[in-house]
Design a binder for this molecule. Structure first.
Ligand SMILES: *Cc1c(COP(=O)(O)O)cnc(C)c1O
Length: 367
């Protein structure tokens, strides 16, 4: 049996041929493929304006800038995410304010958000960890009542839903990542769903050096923008992935169901929320029992031929964040989960029998 990684992208031959065509076309950076990709994404999100970026990190940063977040502002977020989520808050000069997670969903605990709001709070930055959406009704109820902007870090929830509508089809600013490990990939990339047409021009400026072109030869720069544009090569990969989104999500849901059927509950691991309506099953994550050592589990599973991921250690315990005053003990749920969470293999090209093999190997290692 060959090694089973925790994830692997599914790029079909038609997409590879499409990328070759782009490479031969003579236009390989941002151009017609990016425009077509943005239009296709917009269609997926009820016609809302969408702009593509070269990473989900850039997308989040621009979303914060468009929401007017800057020095002196606070942004409320979860401590349990890829560190990009908090880094972008620092990048725009604001302060991340962490709120512990709900141990069941592993997402920001909506019951605790309001006590963390101060006069400096400008925005909420929730994350749909593993593709399980944060309750959008409750989230936007808080945002509306407290007059806060929302930047949804939906990097992991592309293809997920909330009450039958695609994540991205409603809400304020919604940010996606198309990193190689995400449910839909462009190798590297991201997309931002804008909350109004008036955000389009500032978004495009911030995406590329602040430049605005006019007429045949006009060029003006009035704000400092970055270098965040997606290439046509990457966009063509995304265009090849999009028609397969439903198939990918359905396959992930089936594999997740099988994990629930085959996993031995007597091992004492915490399983994810069994949601097959909203979640896109970006990851299937277990929390190991206290007695189990995660590093040992990972090493022994690797010996048996299975890749196990760590997503993620609690961010406030990184020294960059400790230096800003965050300490151990402040977010007990995120800290415990961050120490013991393990991502099992789950990707569309996996066979049903692979799930059975992972479950059997984990049982052997944990018993
Ligand atoms: C992947 C990811 C990002 C960043 O996306 P990149 O495309 O890697 O820059 C941000 N937040 C979360 C939750 C992610 O999973």
């Amino acid at each position: 049996m060959s090694f089973l990684p925790f994830t692997r992208p599914s790029i079909d031959e038609a997409t590879i041929a499409g990328v070759a065509e782009v490479l031969r076309s003579g236009w390989i950076t941002s151009g017609p493929q990016v425009k077509a990709f943005e239009a296709a994404l917009s269609q997926l999100f009820a016609g809302r304006p969408v702009r593509a970026f070269n990473s989900g990190t850039a997308t989040l940063e621009i979303a914060l800038r468009l929401a007017g977040v800057g020095p002196g502002d606070e942004v409320i977020t979860t401590p349990l995410s890829w560190v990009a989520t908090a880094n972008v808050i620092l990048e725009v000069g604001a302060r991340p304010v962490f709120v512990d997670v709900d141990p069941r969903t592993r997402n920001i605990d909506l019951d605790r958000i309001e006590t963390a709001i101060t006069p400096a709070t400008r925005a909420l930055l929730p994350v749909d960890l593993a593709g399980l959406p944060v309750d959008r009704d409750r989230l936007y109820d808080i945002a509306r009542r407290r007059k806060l902007r929302v930047v949804e870090d939906a990097a992991q929830s592309f293809g997920a839903n909330w009450r039958g509508r695609a994540i991205g089809a409603c809400g304020d600013l919604v940010s996606f990542s198309f990193h190689a490990n995400k449910n839909l990939t462009t190798s590297e990339g991201g997309a931002l769903v804008l909350s109004s047409e008036s955000d389009i021009a500032p978004c495009e400026k911030l995406r590329l050096q602040g430049v605005v072109r006019s007429g045949e030869d006009g060029m003006e720069v009035d704000v400092l923008g970055g270098k965040f544009n997606l290439t046509d090569v990457a966009a063509r990969i995304g265009l090849g992935q999009l028609p397969r989104l439903e198939e990918f999500t359905a396959r992930r849901r089936l594999l997740a169901r099988r994990y629930f059927e085959r996993w031995d509950r007597s091992l004492g691991c915490e399983l994810p929320v069994e949601d097959f309506e909203n979640a896109n099953w970006h990851m299937f994550q277990i929390v190991l029992p206290d007695r189990a050592k995660r590093a040992e589990f990972i090493a022994k599973m690797r010996e048996l031929g299975f890749g196990i991921g760590v997503h993620y250690p609690a961010m406030h315990l990184f020294s960059l964040y400790r230096a800003l005053g965050w300490r151990e003990g402040q977010f007990p749920h995120a800290e415990r989960i961050g120490r013991s969470i393990a991502t099992l293999p789950l990707f569309p090209a996996m066979a049903d029998a692979d799930v059975d093999r992972v479950c059997a190997a984990a049982k052997k290692v944990l018993s």
